[in-house]
Design a protein around this ligand. Structure first.
Ligand SMILES: [Mg+2]
Ligand SMILES: [Zn+2]
Length: 279
């Protein structure tokens, strides 16, 4: 008796944002380009990253920089053509794409919309941001550490990416879903530890996540595939995706106008190591 063909597994691809989707760091970019690096250096020793970014937006506001100036600044930053292509192709192949980042909704949505890939993502988990009545950009923590501390010692108090991955895993269900996690920073280590056998982690070579993974490979159940350029990220991601999806789910005519039009569900996130602002 012929059995029903096995359904193609669902592939969930989770991207970190700073230094993963974009080659640089969005906080760093805005602060430097809009001329607030001096205030950043002065305040950094006294403040945690997330509240510091909110404070930096106040600094910019006080210096007459508008939310639109910040948007323009974000739009002026490059996004590697291979990354754009990797995102669009993975979406076309039927992958469910998500961002988990310690940046903020304003920065991420501005950059991804500008490059026409925002609609390729079903969910963005990052720190919430909004422009207040005075026109100042406000950035809040993803996890409210006072009301509900996440209790993870690996992660900064405003965001545990591992907790977010656990939630995504629970939503995806246990059957026939596989994850690919792509990241570079220390904050990407906790979610990498949550991955199961059959999942993949793609650390940026020579960056903190890669170093942490290499320090004790035994701790990870997921298979590790490092990359060190946009081109290599694209090649590796698509190789893994093609390996996971079985023939029935080949490239369909994917309407990329969707990418520009729709907006993914926005939750909040982010995490940074000590991040020197370049001159
Ligand atoms: Mg990063
Ligand atoms: Zn954590």
């Amino acid at each position: 008796m012929a059995s029903a063909p096995a359904a193609a597994p669902g592939v969930v691809v989770v991207f970190d944002f700073d230094r993963t989707i974009i080659e640089w760091d969005s906080d760093n970019w805005v602060i430097t380009k809009l001329g607030a690096a001096d205030a950043f250096r002065r305040l950094r020793p006294t403040m945690r990253w997330n509240p510091l970014m909110d404070r930096m937006m106040a600094e910019l506001h006080a210096r007459g920089k508008t939310a639109e100036d910040i948007r323009d600044c974000l739009r002026s930053a490059p996004l590697d053509a291979h990354i754009i292509s990797a995102i669009k192709t993975a979406a076309a192949l039927g992958c469910d794409l998500k961002v988990v980042s310690d940046a903020n909704t304003f920065f991420i949505e501005t950059i991804m919309a500008h490059h026409g890939v925002l609609g390729c993502f079903s969910e963005i988990s990052t720190n919430p941001a909004h422009v207040d009545a005075d026109g100042r950009l406000r950035i809040s923590p993803f996890h409210d550490s006072a009301a509900e501390p996440h209790g993870c010692s690996l992660c900064p108090e405003n965001m545990c990416k591992g907790k977010i991955i656990e939630k995504i895993q629970a939503m995806a269900g246990t059957n026939n879903h596989h994850f690919i996690y792509i990241g570079d920073g220390m904050g990407d280590y906790c979610p990498s530890l949550k991955l199961s056998e059959g999942d993949y982690v793609m650390p940026k070579e020579n960056y903190p996540l890669w170093k942490l993974i290499c320090s004790n490979k035994q701790l990870l159940k997921a298979e590790v595939h490092p990359w060190n350029s946009g081109e290599e990220l694209e090649k590796t991601l698509l190789m893994l995706v093609n390996k996971m999806i079985t023939p029935p789910a080949q490239v369909s005519s994917f309407d990329c106008s969707k990418c520009e039009m729709s907006k993914p569900a926005s939750t909040e996130v982010g995490h940074h190591q000590a991040l020197p602002v370049p001159h």
